[in-house]
Each structure stands twice: as structure tokens, then as C-alpha cells.
Design a protein around this ligand. Structure first.
Ligand code: N2P
Length: 439
């Protein structure tokens, strides 16, 4: 039996040794006597000679005193087990010939025929799963072996994932259709992925607030609409009235905290505890009036009249508006554009470092970058496409919609993209859990 430790940071403290003094290390007799450690690119083998000492043997300078059987054991370890150990840092062998692609995307975020046409054209079977928050995606990537070949982080989170080496570099030579991208979009992506080595833009939208116009007017009674649309959500005076027709808060810690911090006049990327206390004292007051926390079903709730106000994504609001119109149910869904505090959301395709079907993932990316394919997605889910060449194929009603394709001025007023950090994510998540639980 062998005991193997994975990892790149090796120190004596990582070893299961009881250290009495520097010269006196006791190796528990219940543990195996051979250890393989990886330090950077170097493989180190520890041979536990007896109960009170250890000898280090590295791959270059083998201990000549080794017995034959030990040498045999080492050869076995190096040839059979080393590839398995190093797999934590290097991508697994590509299994693209299985003709499979596992995609993990947001809900309501793909065209009518996007998957079907790709399958027909390539013979690759697409397994399509959905998620509804960056935190869930991040947890999957951190746990590893998700099996996904394509994931869709938002830019701020993608920065953390790139730094944590959870994503694999893209072979850009396989993506000739990148020429179709809007260079302005490249500027945004470069904020989190300077060489555009890991991310291929999918779409952009805004986190803002939408209302069912008639229901909100009725619920507010004689009160006029506030000048700042965020007051409807964060000022007790308004939200207490709207609770009767339903209020949905976006179930996404990052988006909500950025909005809340901006609302109380603080930096949306703040890590100062005092700023979070300020947010806490505000959200505490409005918590009783929130009737739903959602990052997906809110769209239908808005369309069907289940809620009259929702914080969510501009593309989803447009889908809700279209669904309500198609159903002729009289619900007029209006996206509001606050002067400040909207969050600029940028989602991009990426390949997990351990994706099993890397080549298929590249085929998919290049396919999505075709103008008609990109337009097919935008036309279905109402998001602004980063694909400049797709513009001629995009429905005019969407192109003319200033709540989707924002004016330059509105665009500049939204909270810009910045690379996130684990600390920021933790602060956002903690504050949001407090808000949700009401504790
Ligand atoms: C979900 C679309 C928005 C995703 N339907 C935001 N990252």
C-alpha cells in the first residue's frame, strides 16, 4: 500500500509526521513507508527507512542504497502513478472522439436551434445543463471533475477562476470566427483576461429593476414614482406598499451586493466591513417585504403577474415582456434604467481545466461565434450580442430597445467590470445570506 500526497506546496507540516525535534521525526507505524510528493514540476519520493528517520530520494538522484524491491516499487510509482498525480495541474487526455460535449449554461440563455444545429452539423451530442448563479458554477469548478466542457462565468468571477487555474487556455488558432467580435467588447474582457486567453464573450446585459407598470401604480396609490428606481426596492416607504403585489430579489449575491453598496453610496467592490454594516442595516428593514428570491423563475412570475417588481437581468425582463404580450394577459413589463447602480454583466464561454472534450469545446466556441448563430441566441433571449457581424441578423425591435442595447451614457453609468477576488466573493455571500435569512 502506498501513501500519496498531491499538491504543489510541500512542507514538512503537510506530512503526517509527529515532529518532536528537527532530528527526531516519528513515523507512525500504521502508515505506509513510501511517499510520493509533487513540488512544482519535481517529483519527490520519500522512503521511510525506520521509525525515527526518513531518507529523501528524488527522481534524478536516486538513493543507491535502495533494495531491489524498493527500486521496483519506485519504478512502478513513477511510471504508473505519476501521470495520475500530475493530472491535477495538466489537462486530461482529450476524449473528443467520443463525440460528446457537456455544456453548463444559465437558464433562458440559448437560441431555439443552437444546440440542435450544432449536433446535426458535427454529429456531437450536446448534454446541456443549467445553473443560476456564479457561486454555484464556482463551487463546481473548485470541486473539479465536473465533466463540463463549456461553462459560462460572468467576467468578475471568471477572473477568480483564471487565477485559481480552474480554466484552460483556449487555442485561438481554432477560433477563426473571433474576427466577428466587437473590439469594444474585447476591451471589457481584457479587464479580467488581459490576453483574452481563457474567455470568449457570449453576451452582455445589465442587472436592474423591472416593474409591472399598472400593478405598481395601483399599489403605490397616491404616491408618485420615485426619481431613483432603486428606491422602489430599498426604501421601506415604497417596498412596503409593493409587497402586496409581489417583490422578487435576484438570488445572486454578487449582483445584489454591488447594487446595495452603490445604493448606500459605497464602492460596489468594497471590502470594508463598515460598508457591509451599512448595507445590512438597510436590507434588514426591507427584508419583510420580499416575497421571492429568484434568479430564474422571476421571469415567468413577472410575465404572469405573480410579482409586480423584480431585480434581475435586462435580457430576462425583455423575455418576460415578450411572453406577457404573447399571452395578452395585460401585464406591461417595463425595464427601468436607474442613473446609477446598474451592474454591467458580461458572460463568457470558458473551458474548465479538466474538461474531457477540449477539441469539441473549441468547435462549439467557433460555431457560436458565427454571426447567424450569435444572432439566433440574441433574438431568442434578448441579450446584447458581442458579435458585431451578427447585427444585420438581429431583430430590429431588439436593436432599437434602449433597455438592451444601452445608450453610451447609460452604459457608462453602470457599475463597470472589475476582476473579483475570493475575499470579495466571501463578503458578498455572507452579507447576502444575512439578508435572505433575515438574521
Ligand atoms: C439568465 C441570463 C443572465 C445571466 N437568464 C447573467 N449572468
Amino acid at each position: 500500500m502506498m501513501f500519496i500526497i498531491y499538491g504543489t506546496r510541500v512542507s514538512r507540516h503537510n506530512l503526517p509526521l509527529e515532529r518532536k525535534s528537527s532530528a527526531d521525526l516519528i513515523w507512525p507505524s500504521t502508515l505506509p513507508k513510501v511517499l510520493l510528493l509533487q513540488a512544482g514540476n519535481k517529483l519527490i519520493c520519500y522512503f521511510i527507512a525506520n521509525n525515527s528517520s526518513r531518507k529523501r530520494v528524488n527522481t534524478v538522484n536516486r538513493n543507491r542504497k535502495m533494495t531491489d524491491s524498493l527500486r521496483m516499487a519506485l519504478v512502478l510509482l513513477l511510471t504508473v502513478l505519476y501521470p495520475a498525480i500530475s493530472s491535477a495541474a495538466t489537462p486530461p487526455p482529450d476524449r473528443s472522439d467520443e463525440k460528446i460535449l457537456n455544456v453548463y449554461n444559465w437558464s433562458d440563455y440559448i437560441g431555439e436551434d443552437t444546440v440542435k444545429n450544432f449536433e446535426k452539423e458535427t454529429g456531437i451530442k450536446v448534454n446541456y445543463d443549467i445553473f443560476d448563479s456564479n457561486e454555484i458554477l464556482m463551487a463546481k469548478l473548485k470541486a473539479g471533475k465536473s465533466g463540463y466542457d463549456i461553462v459560462m462565468p460572468s467576467a468578475t468571477y471568471a477572473a477568480i477562476e483564471i487565477n485559481a487555474k480552474l480554466l484552460r487556455k483556449i487555442d485561438k488558432s481554432k477560433l477563426p470566427n473571433r474576427v466577428n467580435l466587437d473590439p469594444k467588447v474585447g476591451v471589457q474582457i481584457q479587464k479580467v483576461d488581459p490576453g483574452e486567453d481563457y474567455l470568449v464573450p457570449w453576451s452582455y446585459s445589465f442587472t436592474t429593476v423591472a416593474i409591472n407598470a399598472a400593478k405598481v401604480r395601483k399599489a403605490l396609490g397616491p404616491m408618485p414614482m420615485p426619481a431613483n428606481p432603486w428606491d422602489l426596492v430599498f426604501d421601506q416607504k415604497y417596498i412596503s406598499k409593493l409587497a402586496s403585489c409581489g417583490v422578487s430579489i435576484l438570488d445572486s449575491p454578487g449582483d445584489m451586493l454591488m447594487i446595495e453598496l452603490a445604493y448606500v453610496g459605497k464602492d460596489p467592490y468594497s471590502t470594508r466591513p463598515a460598508d457591509y454594516e451599512l448595507v445590512d442595516s438597510m436590507t434588514r428593514k426591507i427584508r419583510p417585504y420580499v416575497t421571492l428570491f429568484s434568479a430564474d423563475s422571476y421571469l415567468n412570475e413577472l410575465a404572469n403577474g405573480g410579482v409586480c417588481l423584480a431585480v434581475g437581468w435586462s435580457g430576462d425582463f425583455s423575455i418576460a415582456r415578450r411572453r406577457a404580450r404573447a399571452a395578452k394577459n395585460g401585464n406591461d413589463i417595463v425595464t427601468l434604467i436607474p442613473r446609477k447602480g446598474m451592474v454591467f454583466v458580461f458572460d463568457a464561454m470558458a473551458i474548465p481545466v479538466d474538461a474531457p472534450h477540449y477539441q469539441n469545446a473549441l468547435l462549439w466556441m467557433n460555431y457560436i461565434l458565427r454571426p447567424e448563430v450569435a444572432a439566433g441566441i440574441s433574438n431568442k433571449v434578448s441579450t446584447a450580442s458581442p458579435n458585431l457581424a451578427s447585427r444585420p441578423f438581429i431583430l430590429k425591435e431588439l436593436l432599437d430597445d434602449r433597455t438592451l442595447f444601452l445608450s453610451e451614457e447609460d452604459m457608462n453609468s453602470a457599475t463597470p467590470i472589475q476582476p473579483g477576488t475570493m475575499e470579495l466573493m466571501r463578503l458578498h455571500s455572507r452579507a447576502f445570506t444575512k439578508f435572505k435569512s433575515g438574521l
